[in-house]
Design a protein around this ligand. Sequence first.
Ligand SMILES: CCCCCCCCCCC/C=C/C(=O)SCCNC(=O)CCNC(=O)[C@H](O)C(C)(C)COP(=O)(O)OP(=O)(O)OC[C@H]1O[C@@H](n2cnc3c(N)ncnc32)[C@H](O)[C@@H]1OP(=O)(O)O
Ligand SMILES: NC(=O)C1=CN([C@@H]2O[C@H](COP(=O)(O)OP(=O)(O)OC[C@H]3O[C@@H](n4cnc5c(N)ncnc54)[C@H](OP(=O)(O)O)[C@@H]3O)[C@@H](O)[C@H]2O)C=CC1
Length: 285
Amino acid sequence: MSETPEQFGFTDADLATHPTVYAEGSLAGQVVLVSGGAGGIGRATAWLFARMGAHAVISGRSEGKVADVVKAITAKGLKASGHTVDVREPEGVAAFFDTVWAEHGRLDILVNSAGGQFPQAAIDFSVKGWNAVINTNLNGTWFMMQAAARKWRDAGRPGSIVNVVVVTTHGLYGVAHTIAARSGVIGLSKSVAVEWAPLGIRVNCVAPGAIETDGWKVYTPEARAAYPRSNPMMRAGDAWDIAEACVYLGGPTGKFVTGELLTVDGGGQLWGETWTTGKPDYFKT
Ligand SMILES: CCCCCCCCCCC/C=C/C(=O)SCCNC(=O)CCNC(=O)[C@H](O)C(C)(C)COP(=O)(O)OP(=O)(O)OC[C@H]1O[C@@H](n2cnc3c(N)ncnc32)[C@H](O)[C@@H]1OP(=O)(O)O
Ligand SMILES: NC(=O)C1=CN([C@@H]2O[C@H](COP(=O)(O)OP(=O)(O)OC[C@H]3O[C@@H](n4cnc5c(N)ncnc54)[C@H](OP(=O)(O)O)[C@@H]3O)[C@@H](O)[C@H]2O)C=CC1
């Protein structure tokens, strides 16, 4: 892992060799789409699926970041390609799925890792800020889910969706907009897990606790310093913890699992405290 102060989490070199319990090459022939695939968790997930033999289709808004990940993965002789897609644009999302099917003739697994938020006291949210977070995390995830399901239905093929969300059990202070959006995704996933079971489509969610990635840059050093105290293990997790959870639910290991929420947070639901905007004096007793 990098120890450079302004870079968090794994490098591509780390991800190429990080140990895994999964068999390299075991998903040969499969196609996996990872949105947010140039971000910390999405990149680790794309690497793991590619190392398992799947073709990883990576999407994000930044063409350069997506191209860098694709270059790193293909340089190791693994299969990957990239596309620039804003998940908030339903027409662009539908066109993206047309392209994936035209290029590969199939899609087996969709991992929705595109997302994020900014820390702010809820009482100060602007309409634009609220809409940015809801559009990205709830609407964007939904557009991706629906486009994938329509393709699987039309092709008469099974499929599997994993949505990366946030632990919502106790709310999360300083990012209430994202808790609203992610609670929506969790409820939506449970509902369509039932509606889409006849189509052979499974839908699950992974809720990460504090996972060291570049996404942490929007939080202050003081807030980040407290993240290890968000769980009884007293440490942050890493993107590989989430990648392996996505593979478990999305791949054949999860074939009898649907509508599930897998929390990967070091026990943070049982003990821990996280203030994404810093702890207010009122609570410092
Ligand atoms: C029960 C125990 C649980 C324990 C769990 C512990 C876990 C704690 C760990 C921390 C929590 C989670 C961390 C992560 O998820 S990190 C990884 C995710 N990555 C990010 O969040 C990336 C950074 N975020 C963003 O890029 C954006 O927020 C967003 C995803 C929304 C991008 O959208 P967009 O590109 O549209 O955003 P803009 O930058 O253009 O902004 C749009 C408007 O939003 C308002 N805004 C944006 N930033 C801020 C800010 N910092 N403060 C206030 N308002 C903001 C603003 O209105 C923007 O419009 P303007 O620019 O015109 O003002
Ligand atoms: N790291 C953590 O501690 C936690 C993370 N999570 C969630 O896990 C997911 C992945 O997080 P992580 O990898 O850490 O974060 P990163 O910020 O590293 O990655 C998020 C990725 O999402 C992409 N993205 C954001 N908005 C859009 C959009 N509108 N359209 C397409 N792509 C978009 C970004 O791509 P680009 O830059 O190209 O726009 C970015 O690469 C997020 O939903 C995050 O909130 C949940 C709990 C904790």
